[in-house]
Design a protein. Structure first.
Ligand code: 5GP
Ligand code: MG
Ligand code: MG
Length: 183
């Protein structure tokens, strides 16, 4: 399957890689300002947040560190299961650290609510959330999201780290997956 074939499975590009980079630069500048004099630990949620963490930290001017967690939520379908399991835990101790959890997308927020209470119990100096994309449903979440890239419509999207069944993460744009792929 070549790159042209991958793009045949998309119905609409919502954000181009340039628009994503532009927004990440703005968020990075905001984080630099908000955390001036305090070193941030970005906690990326695998695998979707890989691109966000890579681009966000390179757009920052402050010192910054990263660590990773893997949790299960979606499986290979397009609906949140509500089942959250830690598949890979952090290597770092969060005690006294300024932590920003980095997500690719928040839909129901089920995954994140679980993660936040888990991380809060590890005694960080501060704990905030950055998500690249956010769906409307997330507004009903109890946890506060400090940094949002873009609010998007309630469609199943892929690209910029987001997958369908392990594929499409390598697309640089964020696009709506054509329903013919999964129906
Ligand atoms: P939530 O628990 O907020 O409902 O879902 C969290 C996870 O579900 C995200 O981190 C992401 O992995 C996956 N997810 C939610 N919406 C989408 C979507 O539109 N496209 C893709 N590819 N994954 C999604
Ligand atoms: Mg995620
Ligand atoms: Mg996924």
């Amino acid at each position: 399957m070549d790159a042209a074939d991958v793009r045949d499975d998309l119905s609409e590009v919502l954000y181009t890689s340039d628009q994503i980079a532009e927004r990440i630069a703005e968020v990075a500048a905001q984080i630099d300002e908000d955390y001036a004099g305090r070193e941030v630990l970005l906690v990326g949620v695998l695998n979707g947040a890989v691109m966000v963490v890579a681009d966000l930290q390179r757009a920052m001017k402050n010192h910054v560190q990263m660590d990773w967690m893997a949790v299960s939520s979606y499986g290979s379908g397009t609906q949140s299961s509500g089942v959250v399991r830690i598949l890979k835990d952090l290597s770092s101790d969060l005690d006294g650290r300024h932590v920003i959890v980095v997500e690719d997308i928040i839909d129901t927020g089920l995954t994140l609510s679980y993660l936040m209470s888990n991380l809060a119990s590890r005694n960080p100096a501060s704990l905030e959330i950055m998500t690249m994309f956010r769906k409307p449903e997330a507004s009903r979440m109890e946890v506060d999201v400090k940094y949002v890239g873009y609010d998007i419509p309630n469609k199943f999207v892929v690209g910029f780290g987001l997958d369908y069944d392990g594929r499409y993460r390598n697309l640089r744009d964020l696009a709506i997956l054509s329903p013919h792929v999964y129906s």
